[in-house]
Design a binder for this molecule. Structure first.
Ligand SMILES: *Cc1c(COP(=O)(O)O)cnc(C)c1O
Length: 400
C-alpha cells in the first residue's frame, strides 16, 4: 500500500473543499496536530504498512471475497449484484480495519491508553480486540441506555480486557458517551489517544480512517476486474459516518464510468423527524470538531436522529462525503426501515447471508435500482458487516 493509493484530499489544514478542518479549542489543536504529525510520519514508513498488511491478512482474514450473488440477482431481476464480503472479517465488520490502524498508531506514539465512545458497541468491540492484540489499555465510554440494549457487546468488550465506563448523564446514549470519553481524554492528551469510529471528527481522523479503510476498495477493484474483466457500473455502500463507503469508493473515484452511490437511512420516512439522512436532508454545519452536512435546528444544534440500524444514526457525516456530494461525484440516496428489513430477510433467504441492518440499507438500494437495469449491468455492494448482532431484534420485530 502506497500513499498514492489513498484519496488526494484533504489539504494541509484538513479541508475537503469547505468541509472538515479542526473546529476545536486551541488546547485540543495541539493534541490533534501531534497525532497528525505522527500519522504522516508513519504513513511514509514501509514497516508500518507491512505490519498492518500482515494483520489484515493473517488476523482479519483479508482479502475478503467479492461474491456474485446469483440467486439474489435472479430473484430481483435486472442487474447482477456482487457483494464485497466485509461481513467475513474477524469481529464481523469493516471497523476492524481502522481500529487496527489506530491501535498501531497509538503504540507507535507511546500512548498508554486508547479511549473511545461506542453507541451500539460495534466500534467498542473492534477497538477492544485491536488493543488486546497490540497490547495497549482500552477504555470505552458507553451510555447506560445503550449498555442495557447492547449487552452482548458489553460482555465482549470486558472479555477482551477493555474497561467499560457507564455514562448516565443526559440521555445516556451516544452523544453523552462522546462528551464523557472526551473529558477523560483531555485529562492527559500526552499519554492518552482518542480512537474515532468513522471518517468523522477533527483532522486528521477523517483522512486517517479513510486511509485505513481504503484497502476495501483497493481489493474490490482488482477482484472485480479479475472476475468480470471490467469495472462495476455501480458501487454502493451504506453511510452513517461514512467509513465503509469511503473505504470502497476511494479506489473508484477516478473511474468516471463507475457510478458511486451512498445510501442513507430514511428511518420511518424522510417526511418524519425519525431518520438520519444527513446529506439528503441536512445543511452545512459543525459537529464534534469538524464541518459537514448536518441535521440541525435553527441554532445549529444537532437534531435527534433515528434509524433501525443504530450504526447509522449520526446527525453529521464525513467531510469528504460532504465534498463529494457538492462535486456530484457521489450520489446519495436513502432507504427506509421497511426496505432495509425486506433486504435483510431477502438476502438471508436467497443467499444464506445474514447482513448487518446497516449493510442491508445498501443491499436494499441495489434491490430497488436493479429491476430498471439490464442483465449486463453490474452492481457492487459493500456488505459492511454481518447480522448476528441484529438477529434477535429482527426476529422479534417480524414475529418469526
Ligand atoms: C458502524 C457500522 C456502519 C456505519 O459506519 P460507517 O462509518 O458509515 O461505515 C456500517 N455498517 C456496519 C456493519 C457497522 O458496524
Amino acid at each position: 500500500m502506497r500513499k498514492t493509493d489513498f484519496g488526494p484530499m484533504p489539504d494541509e489544514n484538513g479541508y475537503f473543499g469547505n468541509y472538515g478542518g479542526q473546529e476545536i479549542p486551541p488546547h485540543l489543536k495541539k493534541a490533534m496536530d501531534d497525532i497528525c504529525e505522527s500519522y504522516l510520519e508513519i504513513r511514509e514508513k514501509k514497516e508500518f504498512w507491512n505490519e498492518l498488511e500482515y494483520l489484515y491478512k493473517y488476523y482479519v482474514g483479508r482479502p475478503s471475497p467479492v461474491y456474485h450473488s446469483r440467486r439474489l440477482s435472479e430473484k430481483i431481476g435486472g442487474a447482477q449484484i456482487y457483494l464485497k464480503r466485509e461481513d467475513l472479517n474477524h469481529t464481523g465488520a469493516h471497523k476492524i480495519n481502522h481500529c487496527l490502524g489506530q491501535a498501531l498508531l497509538a503504540k507507535y506514539m507511546g500512548k498508554t491508553k486508547v479511549l473511545a465512545e461506542t453507541g451500539a458497541g460495534q466500534h467498542g468491540v473492534a477497538l477492544a480486540a485491536a488493543c488486546a492484540l497490540v497490547g495497549i489499555k482500552c477504555e470505552i465510554h458507553m451510555g447506560t441506555v445503550d449498555i442495557k440494549k447492547e449487552h452482548p457487546n458489553v460482555t465482549k468488550m470486558k472479555i477482551l480486557g477493555a474497561t467499560v465506563i457507564p455514562v448516565s448523564r443526559g440521555t445516556a446514549t451516544l452523544k453523552d458517551a462522546v462528551d464523557s470519553a472526551f473529558e477523560e481524554y483531555l485529562k492527559d492528551p500526552d499519554n492518552f489517544i482518542y480512537a474515532i469510529g468513522s471518517v468523522v471528527g477533527p483532522h486528521p481522523f477523517p483522512m486517517m480512517v479513510r486511509d485505513f479503510q481504503s484497502i476495501v476498495g483497493k481489493e474490490a477493484r482488482a477482484q472485480f476486474l479479475e472476475i468480470t474483466g471490467k469495472l462495476p457500473d455501480y458501487v454502493m455502500a451504506c453511510v452513517g459516518g461514512g467509513s465503509n463507503a469511503m473505504g470502497i469508493f476511494t479506489a473508484f473515484l477516478e473511474d468516471e464510468s463507475v457510478h458511486l452511490i451512498g445510501v442513507e437511512p430514511a428511518g420511518l420516512g424522510l417526511h418524519t423527524p425519525d431518520h438520519a439522512a444527513t446529506i439528503t436532508k441536512g445543511s452545512p454545519g459543525v459537529i464534534h470538531g469538524f464541518k459537514c452536512y448536518l441535521l440541525q435546528d435553527e441554532k445549529g444544534n444537532p437534531l435527534p436522529v433515528y434509524s433501525i440500524a443504530s450504526g447509522l444514526d449520526y446527525p453529521g457525516v464525513g467531510p469528504q462525503h460532504s465534498y463529494l456530494k457538492d462535486l456530484k461525484r457521489v450520489e446519495y440516496a436513502s432507504v427506509d426501515d421497511n426496505e432495509c428489513l425486506d433486504a435483510f430477510i431477502t438476502l438471508s433467504r436467497t443467499e444464506g447471508i445474514i447482513p448487518a441492518l446497516e449493510s442491508a440499507h445498501a443491499v436494499a438500494y441495489a434491490m430497488k435500482l436493479s429491476p430498471s437495469l439490464g442483465k449486463d449491468v453490474n452492481i457492487l455492494v459493500n456488505l459492511s458487516g454481518r447480522g448476528d448482532k441484529d438477529a434477535d431484534f429482527v426476529a422479534k420485530k417480524l414475529k418469526l
